[in-house]
Design a protein around this ligand. Sequence first.
Ligand code: GLA
Length: 382
Amino acid sequence: MLREQFGSGRYVVVRAPGRVNLIGDHTDYNEGLVLPTTIDRDVYVGVCAREDTRVHVSSLNYCDEVEYDLHQRPEVPAANWESYVTGTIEELRLRDALPSGFEMLVYGNVPPGAGLSSSAALEVAVLFALQSLFDIEMDPIDSARLCQLVEHRYVGVQCGIMDQFASFMGRRGYALYLDCRSLEFEHVPLRISDSEHVIAIVDSTVSRELAHSEYSKRLSECDQIVSVLQQGNSTLRSLRDVDTTMLEAHRDALGDVLFRRAKHVVEENDRVTLACQALIDGSLDVFGRLMNASHASLRDDYEVSIPELDLLVEVAQSTEGVLGARMTGGGFGGCTVNVLHREALPAFKTALSEEYRSRFDREPNVYVLSTNGQRELLYSEP
Ligand code: GLA
């Protein structure tokens, strides 16, 4: 059927995964450290070359399509599915990488708006599909950067690089330890999804309405912190160059709010390093305690949590067999991530559902991460 729709040109199908961040939030745009892992939900893209310069993209999720000439990208609303797709195509066109138009079909099962990076998965899948179709040679880091640029230029979110990097570079069975300053990374074996422990993602189902405006506010607060600290140290570039001693010395100059924002970032970077080591050592108790501390810091110092996420985390943390729980991603809605003993799963689900229903009249969605995914070329026909 797709063949009929796509005609006789070359045809490839790829997928790219969403991600969940295990620890290290609001550190990426401060040149800090993060530890995300891919999830087993993906965006799939099928693409077939055309002989002319028409671009025709259909979304199965939205029963919607967009068609235009490659050289005349249409005006599309920012943060609409088309903006991610046409933005990625436009960035490739600007690099003279697209020899012709194409037919493209997009489908994804990463829950949208849940903070699991459905948009990064979409950008990465579109990019990778076109790279595969037209044999475009591109460094993986540049590829992740291109997708980040799409968010900046076409979606209007000045995000860090974590989500796009994780979707492009994540590997099945591993978490990704990433230094967002040097972009050096390491695949760390994820022994959590063995028979004894599981990672559970809990979707609060609260849509992240404040997320964009509050995200921009945090970005500018971090810029302000750097400006204050630069007065005593002109070589300082970002919050990555700051430690607790330096922070304490500038407590009065920063004032309470900026001090707490900076404290979160500095301490979260330390937690990522410790958590990564704990994962390598198999010390999941330590890993869980770091997750709990991360949540407290995001809630109290960085102030990006909401009562719904706090409740889901509190209930999880007080359930026997749960090693750690925290909100994950940008905040103001979205998901929590939890590490627990497998046998604690039924009690965990019941407790969350009962408490969440009674306090907020909502049902949380629980996804158990039994395996995780990675970017893949699924099919290629010459
Ligand atoms: C969003 C952004 C990421 C990152 C997280 C917070 O997911 O897209 O770049 O900043 O928030 O860690």
